[in-house]
Design a protein around this ligand. Structure first.
Ligand code: PLP
Length: 480
């Protein structure tokens, strides 16, 4: 492709993206293709010669787009969002054009220094104490793995990296039943062993019970285990419970345990001073992860990892083959030592574009609106006698179910699962489910970049209509 062609297709693609953002609401939110449909539409072998980019774009529209689930649709209420935004996309185009690999300061000084400055901006935007230093990772899973490995190294006095884990004793990680599965995955990868994950009981609001945490630690010490790390989540994946940071922090401090805060979703809410209560006790934390690529309008991937003692992180990850030695080593930040991969994308650029384009106040007002929409929907659910909220609404997520008076639990489980599938099959909205105390519940998140009150009200009307249609049509559902 020569530069004239690049220019022509570049303009066309920007035009395509602008139209997509304008019309994203028109697409079925959840792709309706069957397994294998897309792959079967693709040639088995690559072309031997050059093909025109027109053909590529035609296939993109005709073959790929039907297989896309539209995460940028304001009617996307599933999972947690993976928000994009126009400034983020534009900056991502520049990142792709530069193709810079920001592993060392020298391999692109601007990559490192912009990342440092963005971490400082975010720290002050979120009220994180100044002793924390930040780095951008690809995902919360990687950030949490970095925390687990650093905690492990600290406890073993940096011996396990060198000597392995054979005679370190059994180190324990404390989580709740609501903690994200990335911790269990990390426990396996980091050599703790998944069986050394201790699931501490939760309170009625699904947050970790600090007294139960203390009891679990004391039990473990008495049995010869080595308490190593505890995870406090600000916004658990299922029901967005907020773990009690201060109470957990005091216990961790007393026992010399690394406290990692998983604020993958909740971190964005810390931009709001009125939500900082969630981070009360942050001074006890050793590390915190939050994902601008979820709720802060920065397209995937961009996960921010803050660590109190950056030296311990670097000591755990540093490795120095000859070809990575530079004259500036020691004088600058070489972010390659701050995480798992060596190679690093220039992710700070899109963060810079997003923060500058919205401004802190612009970001705050969008997030506030998402929280307001969640409360508004909670009010509508509470006012409907056939629906029930199944967990407190702390952030942007609602767990509820259709359960008219007299309907038994099992029937409600079956019916709500049907409602969920029927709703998603309409293509009009997309939401997912979770289980709360063993009960199947609908789970809806009001945090997509473009979501407005109209979308939430339309979704609610559709949910009510679908539920009552399925309930009356389905004689199989017995009412006790
Ligand atoms: C609370 C929490 N932590 C961690 C993760 C993992 O995030 P990532 O996909 O960035 O690894 C998720 C994903 O939804 C999450 O909800």
């Amino acid at each position: 492709m020569d530069s004239n062609e690049f220019r022509r297709y570049g303009h066309e693609i920007v035009e395509w993206i602008a139209r997509y953002f304008e019309n994203v609401e028109q697409y079925p939110v959840k792709s309706g293709v069957r397994p294998g449909e897309i792959k079967n539409a693709l040639p088995e072998l690559p072309p031997s010669g050059s093909e025109s980019f027109d053909l590529f774009m035609k296939d993109f529209d005709e073959v790929i787009m039907p297989g896309i689930t539209h995460w940028q649709s304001p009617n996307f209420f599933a999972y947690f969002p993976a928000n994009s935004s126009p400034p983020s996309v534009l900056a991502e185009m520049l990142t792709a054009a530069l193709g810079a690999q920001c592993m060392l300061w020298e391999t692109s000084p601007a990559g490192t220094e912009l990342e440092e400055r963005m971490m400082e901006w975010l720290r002050s935007m979120m009220g994180i104490p100044p002793e924390f230093e930040g780095v951008i990772q690809d995902s919360a899973s990687s950030s949490t793995l970095a925390a687990l490995i650093t905690a492990r190294e600290k406890v073993t006095r940096y011996r396990s990296n060198r000597e392995g884990l054979s005679d370190t004793g059994r180190m324990r990680i404390y989580v709740s039943g609501q903690t994200h599965s990335s911790v269990e995955k990390g426990a396996g990868i980091a050599g703790f062993g998944r069986d050394n994950l201790v699931r501490v009981e939760v309170r009625s609001d699904f947050s970790m019970d600090p007294e139960a945490l203390e009891r679990a630690i004391e039990r473990d010490i008495a049995s010869g285990y080595i308490p190593c790390c505890a995870i406090a989540t600000l916004g658990t994946t299922g029901v967005t419970a907020i773990d009690p940071l201060r109470a957990m922090g005091e216990i961790c401090r007393k026992h010399g345990i690394w406290l990692h805060v998983d604020a993958a979703i909740g971190g964005t809410a810390l931009l709001l001073p009125e939500m900082r209560w969630m981070a009360d006790g942050i001074e006890y934390a050793d590390s915190l992860v939050f994902n601008p690529h979820k709720w802060m309008f920065t397209n995937f991937d961009c996960s921010v990892y803050f660590v109190r003692d950056a030296a311990s992180l670097i000591r755990s990850f540093e490795i120095l083959p000859e070809y990575l030695k530079t004259r500036t080593r020691g004088e600058v930040n070489d972010y390659r030592d701050w995480g798992i991969p060596l190679g690093r994308r220039f992710r700070a650029l899109k963060l810079w574009a997003v923060i500058r384009s919205y401004g802190v106040e612009g970001l705050q007002s969008l997030i506030r609106e998402h929280l307001r929409l969640a409360k508004m929907l909670a009010g509508l659910i509470e006012a409907d006698r056939d629906f029930r909220l199944m967990a407190p609404v702390t952030l942007n997520t609602l767990c509820f179910r259709y359960c008219p008076a007299g309907m038994g639990d099992e029937d409600a489980n079956t019916l709500n699962e049907k409602i969920n599938h029927a709703l998603n099959d309409t293509g009009k909205i997309y939401l997912t489910h979770t289980k709360v105390d063993g009960r199947y519940v609908l789970r809806m998140v009001t945090a997509q970049t473009g979501v407005t009150e109209r979308h939430v009200r339309q979704a609610w009307d559709l949910i009510r209509e679908t539920a009552s249609a399925l309930s009356s049509q389905n004689g199989a559902v017995d009412v006790d």
